[in-house]
Write a protein that binds this ligand. Structure first.
Ligand code: CA
Length: 232
């Protein structure tokens, strides 16, 4: 089932790392450990893991910094482990490209459920009808098989969540989605997030695919309801 997917665990607290690693092994993943940011980036380059579990507070670098660096080259799913429970820092974590977060102390079983959910979402369970979607005379091109998105000829790196939200919107272009619907359709019904998480993802998506994110043409806000796709 899980076929030994490589999971990179970045955590400097030995006890937490041990627990996470043993649960990952029990769930038939292949875990690798890093206890510093430097180690994490080296292992990431070497392993190309399917998923990263990333502690926010590391001795040499913050999780945010690592996330930002990885996002420059890869859409690999990232789950942040954070001791900070404030909404603001959680949303900041998503802002810089994390796909989900778990606050400490957490139950390892809950973390494994998130790992499974994030990997499923990153996989090919959203299968739209056409392989190549094109809008506004090829200004925006979405390859639904390779998950490659191009804006004005340049490749845009979307996180798995951002890609899934974009897919959900393009699949039903006339539909106005509520935030709850987008959470369920794009992020999975087991996602216990707040509405504002969708807004954060939308904001990031707009920055990546809109020419002017203040005057979007692809992802339109429908006031009082939610969002709809505006590409033609
Ligand atoms: Ca730590």
């Amino acid at each position: 089932m899980q076929s030994g997917k490589r999971v990179l665990v970045v955590e400097d607290e030995k006890k937490i790392a041990e627990v996470v690693v043993s649960y990952l092994k029990a769930s038939v993943y292949a875990p690798y450990e890093a206890s510093t940011g430097k180690e994490a980036l080296e292992l990431f380059a070497k392993l190309s893991p399917s998923l990263i579990i990333l502690d926010l507070m590391l001795p040499d670098m913050t999780g945010e910094e690592i996330c930002r660096r990885i996002r420059q080259s890869s859409p690999v799913p990232i789950i942040m482990l954070t001791a900070k429970v404030e909404e603001e820092s959680i949303l900041q974590g998503l802002d810089i490209g994390a796909d989900d977060y778990v606050t400490k102390p957490f139950s390892p079983r809950q973390l494994m459920a998130r790992v499974g959910a994030v990997l499923r979402r990153a996989g090919d369970d959203v299968l739209p009808p056409a392989a190549r979607l094109s809008y506004h005379n090829d200004e925006l091109i979405i390859d639904t098989v390779s998950h490659e998105v191009k804006k004005a000829g340049a490749i845009v790196n979307l996180t798995p969540n951002e890609f899934n939200i974009l897919m959900a919107l393009t699949k039903y272009p006339k539909k106005v989605f509520t935030r709850d619907e987008l959470i369920e359709l794009a992020l999975g019904s087991d996602f216990e997030g707040y509405d504002r998480i969708i807004d954060t993802h939308i904001k990031n998506l707009r920055q990546k695919i809109e020419t002017d994110s203040k005057n979007p043409v692809y992802i339109l806000t429908v006031h009082g309801v939610g969002y709809r796709f505006g590409g033609e």
